[in-house]
Design a protein around this ligand. Structure first.
Ligand code: ZN
Length: 698
């Protein structure tokens, strides 16, 4: 395993000490390195299968139809592959390796090789399923007896299983700290790249189980202790734990009185470090395997399935820190159950957060749509490509969108997100206090989404360069390091707008209460924070008016709270903020106005409309064009949204040439009349059914 501290020091060795912001050294991410992305992916992605299940698994799982063999053979047959090709699919998704062991799966891996040849013969690329995280011990141990030492074991030494209900207890989880397992996985990768000639590897189940189901194996326990020693100097260890010798620290254990799913704020330094160890373990293993695949063929795309931003505490619960792992991928999957739509109780459910995560990390997101055309529109608007179109037979509702995308591909190529607002998703704040920091982030994002204020999601490392933004929002970002606070102050000094909510800045990156609030002098009226609590109490936060302060050229606005509108749902296990919470906060209008004030009203675009109309803005600088994507999330009940007023800022000294609407709901593109002022243009979009794109060129 590459140690982060070593990695960071060598990566930053070339910089003078004063240039190495402490913020980087304190960050839980490899901020510098990644690999060259496959060039062919710049053309977008339309991926569909095929099945990713080998025959052996369909049988072992039980309950299948008696003609399961026919299904398996059909899904990799010439007729299915050529039909997918005719329907506009460009990448064929198929099984390769499920975790039974290469000997047990040999015959089916050879089937994949044949199917890949057929697909390549039809001009399709090939996406092969490789199980990252399953070891079917019944066959695997027969092939490789040493594998008994490669599996994850709980505190009692029992194997840790995948969590698919009662009946998949034959699926052990391998340990990613075990180099021998990683070497085995590389043999599968080698087969995929060299034998199958795959263009794309899908690593499934990229996560870890929730506590108390974490690995206490013979590698992890000593590995955790040496990790602490490598990460911190003796002096730092004394500051962190009160003592120097970490040789006896164990991964956390739990008792029935205090189950981990009830832990609301994580103070314990050893638990915090254990979360970091698990996240880093996954990132390091991925880095190693991904670089190996790239060494065999740099044009092989690396994809994993860690899910996206779901409202769960992903680092704590699943060992997933997206900011670390998505440096080693080009595409990722989310199977989160947040289908695009607008509910009767006023919740706008979407995967926009996951798409924005993908854009920030220069990835493409794959997610199933079934027959939900709003979800396909969401992907085109926020992903700038289709992604995953499903399994043969492709749902007819999707075919129209695939055809539209292929006919208008130049609208989606080489686009850049246009946003002057950044929302910080602070790793320590969310990881150590999901109930507060995740909820605040969700409510802030919800307000920006439903008021159509374009924004980016940013992560800790991005505070080092905020030059793209006019406004930075800190949604209860309670854990900020000294270095991060200086970067934030510098942003305001240079004329930036800062929007702060709740407890932002009250703690440091270890969740230690600051003596002086981190944002003091910038923020007025912030209630004091609590230090160590045996039991977390519900706090009543007054809904005071926001306080506004001008600081030289910069502006700061503080909201003590963004209250959930209505009776808050009962807390969920591990304090997940699921889509029960995904609606506008009570003071959303005041908050949206506050963001406008902080940014001195220089929004790139203003779009009118109801709270279920969503907008995304991208630009194509080379084509001198801005593209405004409009999606009607309530298309099920509201067939048409009429007369949408738009005002759009253009680059200085330019004048709009044309405004054209493109839509799968229109027979042909439509030209709009507009008012062209200096550097700005305004127009009315007559109607949006499900999805329209407005191109403004200059
Ligand atoms: Zn382990």
């Amino acid at each position: 395993m590459i140690n982060r501290r070593d990695f960071m020091s060598s990566a930053l060795a070339g910089l003078a000490a004063t240039q190495v912001p402490e913020v980087l050294a304190a960050m839980p991410v490899n901020t510098v390195n990644t690999f060259q992305k496959a060039h062919w992916l710049q053309n977008g992605l339309i991926d569909a299968g095929g099945t990713h299940e080998p025959y052996i698994f369909l049988v072992r799982r039980g309950g299948g139809s008696r003609d399961i063999r026919n299904y398996y053979e059909r899904q990799q047959s010439e007729p299915v592959i050529s039909r997918l090709k005719e329907q506009g699919i460009e990448v064929f998704h198929t099984h390769l390796y499920k975790g039974f062991g290469m000997e047990a799966e040999r015959a089916e891996m050879e089937d994949t090789k044949r199917a890949a040849e057929i697909a390549h013969g039809h001009g399709l690329r090939v996406d092969t399923y490789v199980q990252w995280n399953s070891m079917m011990y019944e066959t695997f141990f027969a092939e490789e007896p040493r594998a008994k030492d490669w599996i994850q074991r709980d505190a009692a030494g029992q194997p840790i299983l995948l969590i698919y209900g009662y009946q998949q207890s034959y699926r052990y989880r391998p340990c990613f700290a075990n180099q021998e397992y990683l070497e085995y996985l590389k043999k599968v990768v080698r087969y995929a790249v060299v034998e199958v000639k795959t263009d794309f590897i899908h690593f499934d189940n990229f996560d870890l189980n929730q506590e108390p189901d974490s690995c206490h194996c013979h590698v992890c326990v000593p590995g955790f202790r040496s990790y602490l020693k490598a990460k911190y100097s003796a002096e730092k260890r004394r500051e962190r734990f009160g003592f120097e010798n970490t040789d006896f620290i164990n991964p956390p254990q739990w008792n029935t009185q205090n189950p981990p799913q009830k832990l609301e704020i994580i103070f314990d330094p050893a638990i915090q470090e254990w979360i970091d160890y698990r996240c880093q373990l996954m990132a390091d293993a991925l880095q190693q395997v991904a670089l190996y695949a790239k060494s065999l063929n740099p044009e092989v795309v690396i994809e994993i399935n860690p899910h996206g931003i779901t409202g769960a505490n992903r680092a704590w619960a699943s060992g997933v820190d997206h900011a670390r792992i998505l440096k080693w991928t080009e595409v990722f999957w989310t199977e989160e159950e947040n289908p695009a739509g607008y509910s009767a109780d006023g919740r706008l459910v979407s995967k926009i957060r996951s798409f924005k995560l993908a854009r920030t990390s220069r990835n493409i997101l794959l997610t199933p749509f079934s027959d939900n055309t709003v979800a396909v529109a969401e992907s085109l608007a926020f992903n700038q490509t289709i992604g995953y179109a499903g399994e043969d037979p492709i749902h007819p509702a999707l075919l129209k969108y695939i055809a539209f995308y292929r006919a208008n591909r130049d609208l989606f190529m080489a686009t850049e997100d246009v946003a002057s607002v950044a929302v910080l998703r602070s790793y320590p704040s969310i990881t150590y206090h999901n109930m507060r920091a995740q909820l605040a982030a969700i409510l802030v994002e919800q307000t920006l989404i439903q008021t159509r204020i374009p924004f980016d999601l940013i992560f800790d490392e991005h505070l080092a360069d905020l030059s793209k933004y006019k406004v930075l929002i800190l949604p209860d970002s309670e854990c900020l390091s000294d270095a991060q606070l200086s970067l934030i102050r510098r942003f305001v000094d240079q004329g930036g707008g800062l929007v702060v909510t709740g407890a932002a800045g009250l703690y440091d990156e270890w969740h230690r209460l600051r003596v002086e609030p981190g944002l003091s002098g910038l923020v007025e009226g912030q209630p004091a924070g609590d230090a160590y609590l045996e039991r977390v109490q519900d706090r009543e936060t007054a809904t005071a008016k926001p306080t506004r302060e001008e600081h030289g050229k910069g502006r700061v606005i503080y909201f003590a709270t963004l209250p959930f509108d209505g009776a808050p749902p009962e807390p969920e296990p591990y304090f997940e903020i699921s889509n029960k919470y995904w609606k506008l906060p009570k003071n959303w209008e005041e908050f949206a106005q506050g963001v406008g004030w902080a940014g001195q009203d220089v929004s790139p675009v203003r779009v009118g409309g109801p709270p279920y109309l969503v907008a995304n803005v991208v630009s194509q600088p080379a084509k001198k064009r801005i593209l405004l994507h409009l999606v009607n999330y309530d298309a099920k009940n509201t067939k048409t949204i009429n007369s949408i007023e738009v005002a759009c800022r253009l680059p200085q000294g330019t004048k709009a040439q044309a405004v054209i609407v493109y839509s799968p709901d229109l027979d042909a593109p439509q030209s709009l009349l507009s008012n062209r002022g200096a550097g700005e243009i305004s127009f009315t979009v007559p109607q949006v059914n499900v999805y329209s794109i407005v191109g403004v060129s200059w």
